[in-house]
Design a protein around this ligand. Structure first.
Ligand code: ZN
Ligand code: ZN
Ligand code: FE
Length: 762
């Protein structure tokens, strides 16, 4: 056969470690094309020749049929001279210089491997089965290029059979770096009391009987340990709460199958797509109002559940053997520390929490928490970006090379710039304890090494007390006084949303958020600004109010309720009918009133989060908060969506909630049901968002509105804001791939720093 044409194709993006070369090989064979494929230093390069229509079909199939975990950024096709190849081959990789930097996130076990696990003799019930399309990636990678000896699989020598599959171009495990079988690969071990089990059948039998018997088992997962128990057993779940020192926060649940999850949860088409995706995040879903229910303490009063499906082969084996539909699978840590990744750490730190320990002898190198998503307005939105998502890069339309963005403080992620890419770290956590700070520093060192980034420009939050800011300053100083840029928190929020949406022009930014230091020294958080990457101009904001006790009020939302009442109804208002009055007691109330009146330890804030806190506490929905944003979340949780009405928030040079606070107080007095008050409050906020955007539009003539900040993780607020803003004629931009909470801040910081550097102002 003579070739009539030849093409040179260069495919860039995440095409390494995801089965791309075998895919190209098979695609070429199917189209009767000859030539070669190789891993170049910046992507996969292909030479194909054959009939023109075959070539065209081949090229158009690349994007359509690409392996699920790959992500193609660019396909460059050029005419090439015909080389008269007689076959199609995978060529030896070119020297992998520092250019190859994309690391695949971890991939849930694929269907083919699940079926191999039943049929392949050397992998029957072998829980570390994987192939080029699935298995651990980022969690086991120590360095690049992605080769077995640079992963934690290096401790395991392949047996001849695995070696044969690894070397066979026709095999699905061709160059699958973690390839293993029960004769050569990692193994599980179950430790219970003084007994140890190594046989997989024994392990499964024992683990099932422990979980079904109400015990708590620490199970080593993909990116860290989990604590597991029967999700239908209230006593077991409550016991787990006690042992974890975490009273309030909902637990995530793993269901054996989509069908099992459907018996408990409302799952629409988009939710289902997220649940079954290879990234396997936790998806927050509404509980069914009729039908089966999980133990109350799983969600602890919330009418949603964080659900995920099995992702490791072991999870599948476990559910095949279990007689219950769902297990709690919460991160294996104590309170706010990072999740534990090593066997010894689990057996010591989780000694009090777990009755048994299920470990395996392969090291987890990069800690990753389960990612959390929510589908709002038809789109999957990241709440926590970690396993399955990180460290996939994000492409910016400008050069961000060598920028280090330190992120914020809560739910921290940092980021590094490499070429035109922003590489955001996995979820690090709240930088409030030494363990989390160590994880932060260690990960930063690793990202520098893995992605060959040598930071020359440092960007961080304006807040001097953030540990991330201190870290950034120290790094800048220790490296010869690198330039450092401090970015206002809400400007970074808006910039993150702009970057994600590819906007590079002045916009109206509306940020509703918890805490962020403003340029005037006050705490900001309901901000309307004209913003671009270069800077911002504050147009209007929620009226300042005293936040008595500073940070304490985030744990004691009733302090904000009191502050709002004092301001808008007067210090002498009779509040004895409010739940928090009796709870806190008149003496404490009087002390806090004094603090408010004289401004003692009562910084000024325009935070939207604190306004939600105030209303949540006024209505008695949440007086004390056990975890971040609990009060606003509980207020959203009780909404009666069919209730009519709204409250009056004035929007002008400031956003004035005074009338609303008075109306809410009188609704409480008149015993209007709390779910109705919640609905009216939420509608008032949405209306204030729309009108303040319009206020911004009147001042600037801009019709693009960018919304960001933690408050937009409120399902009701986000979906209604999008709808109402669109109805008003705005073009609305929201976040999906990165969290709208502080986990997305680093992306905004990178974009701002990159732009300011280009302009020569940084
Ligand atoms: Zn597979
Ligand atoms: Zn083997
Ligand atoms: Fe924030």
């Amino acid at each position: 056969m003579y070739s009539s044409a030849a093409r040179y194709i260069h495919i860039r993006g995440l095409v390494q470690g995801v089965g791309f070369r075998p895919f190209i090989y098979h695609l070429a064979l199917n189209n009767q094309l000859f030539g070669w494929v190789l891993n170049g230093n910046d992507g996969v390069r292909v030479h194909v020749e054959g009939k023109t229509d075959h070539l065209e079909l081949f090229i158009s199939s690349i994007e359509k049929l690409a392996p699920p975990a790959s992500s193609i950024r660019e396909i460059i096709v050029r005419e090439a001279p015909i080389g008269n190849f007689k076959e199609f081959t995978i060529r030896q990789s070119e020297d992998l210089t520092s250019e190859i930097t994309e690391i695949s996130p971890d991939i849930a076990v694929c269907e083919d491997c699940l079926s191999d696990m039943k049929t392949q003799e050397h992998r029957r019930d072998y829980p570390f089965i994987n192939c080029t399309n699935c298995g651990p990636r980022f969690t086991i990678i120590r360095d690049l290029p992605y080769d077995r000896d640079k992963t934690t699989m290096s401790a395991f020598a392949m047996c001849p059979k695995c070696q044969g599959e690894y070397s066979d171009i026709m095999d699905r495990r061709f160059h699958a770096q973690p390839v293993a079988c029960r004769n050569c690969g990692p193994l599980y071990e179950l430790a219970f009391e003084d007994k140890k089990f190594h046989d997989i059948a024994d392990i499964l039998r024992m683990t099932c009987s422990l979980i079904e018997g109400g015990k708590i088992v620490a199970i080593k997962g993909m990116g860290g340990f989990h604590l597991a128990c029967d999700a239908t057993n209230e006593i077991a779940v409550r016991e787990l709460r006690t042992r974890k020192y975490r009273e309030g926060k909902p637990f995530a649940v793993m269901f054996g199958s989509l069908e099992a999850a459907r018996q408990f949860l409302e799952i629409n088409r988009e939710d289902e797509q997220s649940l079954v995706a290879w990234r396997r995040p936790i998806v927050i879903l509404p509980n069914k109002t009729t039908g089966k229910t999980l133990a109350y303490s799983v969600s602890n009063g919330f009418n949603t559940t964080g659900a995920m499906l099995p992702l490791m082969p072991f999870h599948h084996l476990l559910f095949d053997a279990l007689n219950i539909p769902a297990i709690v699978l919460t991160s294996g840590n104590l309170s706010d520390e990072p999740i534990i990744i090593d066997n010894h750490g689990a057996q010591t730190r989780l000694k009090q929490a777990a009755d048994a320990f299920l470990t395996y002898n392969r090291e987890i190198f990069n800690r990753t928490d389960d990612s959390v998503v929510m589908v709002i307005a038809g789109e999957e939105r990241l709440i926590r970006r970690s396993r399955g998502y990180a460290p996939a890069p994000f492409n910016l339309p400008f050069n961000a090379d060598s920028i280090f963005a330190a992120g914020a403080e809560l739910v921290n992620c940092f980021g590094v710039g490499r070429g035109n890419q922003a590489i955001l770290s996995q979820h690090i956590g709240d930088l409030k304890n030494i363990e989390t700070l160590d994880f932060y520093a260690e990960s930063f060192t690793r990202y520098r090494q893995m992605f060959r980034v040598n930071p020359t420009h440092i960007v961080c939050d304006l807040h001097p007390d953030y540990l991330s800011t201190a870290f950034a300053e120290e790094y800048a100083q220790n490296n010869g006084g690198l330039p450092i840029l401090k970015v206002q928190h809400h400007h970074a929020h808006i910039a993150a949303c702009m970057a994600e949406n590819g906007l590079d022009e002045p916009v109206i930014g509306v940020s509703l958020d918890g805490v962020g230091l403003g340029t005037d020294g006050n705490i900001w958080g309901f901000e309307v600004m004209k913003a671009d990457f270069s800077g911002f101009e504050r147009l209007t904001h929620l009226e300042y109010i005293e936040q008595p006790g500073g940070d304490i009020s985030t744990h004691e939302p009733w302090r904000m309720a009191l502050s709002y009442i004092c301001r808008y109804l007067g210090h002498d208002t009779d509040i004895s009918l409010l739940k928090f009055y009796n709870d806190a007691g008149p003496e404490t109330i009087n002390l806090v009133k004094k603090a408010i009146k004289f401004g003692i330890n009562a910084p000024l804030t325009s935070s939207a989060g604190r306004l939600f806190d105030a209303v949540s506490a006024m209505t008695g929905v949440c007086i004390h908060s056990d975890f971040h944003a609990e009060a606003p979340m509980r207020l959203e949780n009780v909404i009666n969506k069919s209730a009519e009405g709204t409250y009056d928030i004035r929007v002008g040079e400031v956003i004035d909630p005074g009338e609303m606070i008075r109306e809410i107080f009188s609704d409480i007095k008149n015993e209007l049901p709390i779910p109705d008050i919640s609905a009216k409050f939420h509608r008032a906020i949405i209306s204030a968002i729309v009108r303040s955007a319009r206020f911004g539009q009147d001042k600037t003539g801009i019709d693009k509105v960018v919304i960001s900040g933690g408050v937009f993780q409120n399902r009701f607020i986000l979906s209604c804001s999008i709808e109402e803003l669109r109805r008003t004629g705005f073009k609305v931009y929201t976040q999906a791939s990165f969290p709208s909470n502080d986990g997305g801040i680093a992306l905004g910081q990178i974009a701002i720093a990159a732009r300011r550097r280009r302009e020569g102002t940084f």
